[in-house]
Ligand binder design. Structure first.
Ligand code: ACO
Length: 311
């Protein structure tokens, strides 16, 4: 039966078609997907925090409404992704327990602080911009529920990026102090945003297999280079600059290049020693504890309903 399953799986992958939850799949494929999708879900949930911190300080009612909707979208993304991960056989409770226990990864980017209102612009423009660049190819990931979740997520991320760009554009065209605030935010978020794409290709242990399984379509460095090319054009429209004098288009390779990144800093953040790691996890634990009564009430209600149907 396993040989038949493997043959079916191999055929689906070679035809660039889709694996669905009930299909046979190699244990390692399941494990890789669970790893990536749960990390992605956790990133969306932890990623709500830097922006949620600014909801009460948004400079106008309109900005506040937009930011609230955006943060709520991120919660929705987390929920679709937990659902997609659950189809692989792990419960959401287990994933949440792992996150709260500090055993699960989430994107490095969300361990940096959002210091000013301009950071809302830089997060939307750079962080959501990098997320789109990484996630559009994931719409074609070989695992059906993941690819389908990505389609809607990418549409919403496009709106998020536009709103971030617009915040920066307005600040850039404002007073000199506002323009400086926008530039400062771009300066601080640029390198961490480039690191979102993951370690350099020669230091990326999962890439080869994930590419062979049609989960990853482009390498970490390839996507990072494309992203730099997009930002170079857009930063001109903003009237700002990228804090990287080494950005250039290499005519020979036909790729965008950037200056060196501090991969030690990346490793420190992944090891839990970034500027906000402990604060982010503490906040998540607190939110989870605060929500205990809601979960208990929902479970009691569901139990009551199931007793009624039995009667
Ligand atoms: N932050 C935290 N951990 C990272 C990051 C990052 N930016 N980049 C890589 N890593 C981790 C990987 O998870 C992996 O760790 P693990 O083996 O313990 O799971 C390790 O570093 C080595 O990296 P790779 O071998 O390159 O790992 P992978 O093939 O999974 O590629 C990538 C990493 C590109 C992030 C991939 O997992 C991916 O595309 N994920 C989906 C997108 C995503 O999670 N986005 C979240 C941020 S965007 C947002 O939510 C708004």
């Amino acid at each position: 039966l396993e040989a038949e399953g493997q043959a079916y799986f191999d055929r689906v992958i070679s035809e660039d078609s889709r694996i669905e939850p009930r299909d046979w799949m190699p244990a390692a494929y399941r494990k890789t997907l669970l790893r990536q999708i749960s990390q992605h879900a956790h990133s969306e949930i932890i990623g709500m925090q830097p922006e949620a911190n600014w909801i009460s300080r948004a400079p106008s009612l309109k900005r506040k409404a937009i930011l609230m909707a955006k943060v709520q979208d991120e919660a929705g993304h987390g929920l679709y992704l937990y659902s997609a991960a659950e189809t692989l056989g792990q419960s959401r409770d287990q994933m949440m327990d792992d996150l709260i226990a500090g055993k699960a990864r989430y994107s490095s980017i969300f361990n940096y602080p959002a210091l000013t209102w301009a950071d809302m612009g830089a997060i939307g423009w750079l962080v959501d911009g990098a997320a789109i660049c990484n996630q559009v190819p994931l719409c074609r990931a070989s695992y059906g529920p993941y690819g389908r979740a990505m389609v809607r997520i990418c549409k919403e991320e496009s709106f998020h990026q536009r709103q971030g760009f617009e915040i920066l554009l307005e600040l850039s065209n404002g007073t000199p102090a506002q323009k400086q605030m926008a530039q400062d935010a771009v300066n601080r978020w640029y390198a961490p945003a480039l690191m979102m794409f993951g370690p350099p290709d020669d230091d990326s242990p999962n890439s080869k297999q994930s590419t062979a399984w049609n989960i990853k379509r482009f390498s970490n460095d390839e996507l990072r280079s494309r992203f730099v090319g997009m930002m170079v054009e857009q930063v001109r429209v903003l009237g700002l600059t990228l804090p990287d004098s080494e950005v250039r288009f290499n005519e020979d390779t036909r790729k965008w290049e950037h200056g060196p990144l501090d991969w030690n800093e990346f490793k420190e953040v992944l090891a839990g020693r970034g500027p906000c790691n402990s604060q982010r996890l503490e906040r998540r634990r607190q939110a989870h504890d605060d929500g205990a009564w809601v979960r208990e009430a929902a479970a009691a209600y569901a139990h009551k309903q199931s007793m009624k149907t039995k009667e």
